[in-house]
Design a protein around this ligand. Structure first.
Ligand code: ADP
Length: 617
């Protein structure tokens, strides 16, 4: 088995690739401390109860075995004394009954605490994950490896941390039991204790090794697992259903899904078979040891070295001791997986997010507007720059249209302007101040953007408009005002519940809108940002007809007297209305000027314009 994706995962897994060294073995405890801290800080009382009950449940079984021996001896003594007096026997039986009831109570209590903690911890971890997500940069979400971490962290957030804690406690509980069995057993012979432990040891080591293998296997596979999750989404979600059905992609994608499973299953099967074969072989050693000890104890009883009661006790201790050892084995197996999860969780939570250092609320020259000064930008891990040597000046009250083929860098330019990314070289100034120096909040308030892939929230119509300004998310009068400016109020008024209409198909009574209607909502959203004096329209009107787009842009210009309007469009009928037009080609501005100037230049713009005009003639 050669892990194809090793280079990637090697980067993801800095500290988890060790083989079965001592350190590797103790690796199963690596995250136990953190998991316990997490649980402790989630609910102290429950954690404490969990610890106490674990202790009780650990000690009680040995005492039951001990009382069992007292019962048998009391019976034998009573019979020898001629019978008739069973008082002691009954007392001991009652005591054993009480102890067994106490074990049951402790175990119930344990599962109660675990259920309650599981709910609280699941919520806590999910909130931690989402809170972190709020602080991340766009580049994080566009990084597949990182996205992988996020997905994995979210997937098992509600079960893994508690599982690790439960298993750690379970391990402790069984260890306590084992020690108490050992203490009693040592009265028979210290060698018996040695046999008990040694018989379990090979299986224990093998389990740790195979769990370690499984752990690494899981890590290697993560890209494949992610592909499976993705395929599930494509096959089973409403927004993909339309295309998947029409193009008949379903069976093919399902086949891919199956393929991945088959590949993973093959590896799984190999590991599982090896694991179980070794488990069986080494388990046989333990059984042999048990029966050797059985014979030894029985012979000792026949030779009268120990009483009948002691014999029952030692046998019980031996059996239960082995059960404890195998319980510990399975706990160890599970702990590796839990560790895997927690390592992902903490890698994700500890992702470095460079602090946005800026604090400026104003710039020295508000009349200067936006300046790109020799800006170049390359996406992380991309080979070609997406933008090269961009120089551009936009003063308040003017509009600029960006024109260029798909992939020429128009959207990237907007991402830089909104500081979703920082330029690789050069700088961008707003009001005469470097964007990097601006306070994040102040900067965001200045800019209203509608991206071509704007979000269609499955919420109320009004909230979809209100999303433009978080402070007024639920403010109906402001929704109405913004919708009127965005030319959306007309159709919103025809909806059954007006602004209170639920959108999208995920929820009850949700309405689906046409592409153009959605775009009007998005435009209205931009008008919620009353303080924004830079408006960016990244092809948000592509789903409207040419006339509607031209109307809207004109309307925008009217309303945007003191604003800077940046428009990305493929329609020259709209583009020509802009004060300034910049033609981009493979990340560079190749032509710049007004419509008239560029027509006169008779270059790329004039060529494209003529091409489109011919289409309309
Ligand atoms: P446009 O908006 O003009 O269609 P973009 O600005 O979206 O073009 O893209 C410019 C170039 O940058 C393209 O070559 C594209 O492949 C690349 N690109 C866009 N987004 C990313 C990204 N998130 N990561 C890497 N490369 C990207």
């Amino acid at each position: 088995m050669t892990p194809k994706v090793l280079p990637t995962s090697a980067r993801v897994a800095p500290a988890s690739g060790e083989s079965i060294t001592l350190q590797g073995f103790f690796g199963i405890f690596r995250y136990s401390r953190r998991a316990i801290e997490l649980v402790w800080s989630t609910n102290r009382r429950l954690t404490l109860a969990l610890a106490v009950l674990t202790l009780i449940a650990g000690v009680l079984p040995a005492s039951v075995a001990y009382v069992g021996s007292l019962i048998v001896d009391a019976v034998v003594t009573a019979i020898r004394a001629g019978g008739g007096d069973a008082r002691h026997v009954v007392e001991f039986v009652a005591l054993e009954g009480a102890l067994v009831a106490a074990i049951a109570a402790a175990q119930r209590g344990l599962s109660l605490c675990q259920s309650l903690l599981r709910a609280q911890l699941g919520q806590r971890v999910n909130v931690m994950i989402l809170e972190k997500a709020l602080t991340l940069n766009l580049s994080h979400f566009e990084d597949s490896e990182f996205y992988d971490k996020l997905t994995r962290a979210r997937r098992e957030a509600s079960t893994r941390p508690l599982s690790l804690v439960t298993r750690t406690f379970g391990l402790v509980q069984n260890a306590i039991s084992l020690v108490s069995y050992g203490a009693l057993l040592s009265h028979f012979s210290p060698w018996a204790v040695v046999v008990l432990l040694l018989a379990g040891l090979p299986a224990f080591i093998a389990e740790a090794k195979f769990s370690g293998d499984a752990f690494r296997l899981f890590r290697w596979r993560s890209p494949e697992t992610r592909m499976q999750i993705y395929l599930e989404t494509v096959l089973a979600r409403e927004d993909h259903a339309k295309e998947v059905k029409l193009y008949g992609l379903g069976p093919r994608l399902l086949e891919r899904y199956r393929d991945i499973f088959r590949r993973l299953y093959k590896e799984d099967r190999a590991l599982t078979i090896r694991r179980d074969a070794w488990g069986f072989g080494l388990g046989l050693v333990a059984t042999l040891a048990l029966y050797a000890a059985y014979a030894w104890i029985a012979v000792s009883t026949v030779l009268r070295a120990i009483t009948l009661g002691q014999m029952t006790m030692y046998l019980a201790l031996f059996r239960q001791g082995q059960a404890a050892v195998s319980a510990m084995l399975s706990a160890v197996g599970g702990m590796y997986e839990d560790n895997l999860y927690l390592s992902t969780l903490y890698e994700y939570l500890e992702t470095d997010v460079p602090a946005q250092a800026g604090a400026a609320l104003h710039g020295p020259h508000p009349e200067d507007g936006i300046r790109f000064e020799d800006v170049s930008f390359t996406y992380p891990e991309a080979e070609e720059p997406a933008l090269e040597h961009i120089t551009l000046h936009l003063t308040p009250g003017t509009s600029v249209a960006l024109v260029g083929e798909n992939g020429s860098g128009k959207t990237t330019l907007i991402k830089l302007l909104t500081r979703l990314y920082a330029p690789t070289s050069g700088r961008i100034l707003l009001d005469g101040r470097d964007l990097a120096e601006w306070d994040e909040q102040a900067l965001r308030e200045r800019i209203g953007v509608i991206f071509q892939d704007f979000t269609r929230y499955q919420m109320l119509v009004g909230e979809n408009v209100g999303a433009g300004d978080e402070r007024y998310f639920e403010d109906e009068p402001r929704w109405r005002e913004a919708a009127a400016k965005g030319m959306a109020s007309e159709f919103i008024d025809t909806l059954p519940a007006g602004y209170q209409t639920q959108l999208g198909k995920w929820f009850k009574d949700g309405r689906e809108l046409s592409g153009g209607q959605w775009q009007k909502i998005a435009l209205a959203r931009a008008f919620m940002r009353t303080r924004a004096d830079i408006l960016v329209l990244d092809e948000p009107t592509a789903a409207m007809d040419a006339q509607a787009e031209a109307d809207i842009f004109e309307h925008f210009r009217q309303l945007a007297k003191e604003r800077i309007t940046i428009l990305i469009s493929h329609r020259f009928s709209t583009v020509r209305m802009a004060d300034q037009i910049a033609v981009l080609d493979r990340g560079r501005i190749i032509e710049r000027g007004s419509h008239e100037e560029l027509m006169q230049l008779n270059g790329r713009y004039a060529h494209l314009f003529a091409l489109q005009a011919r289409g309309y003639r």
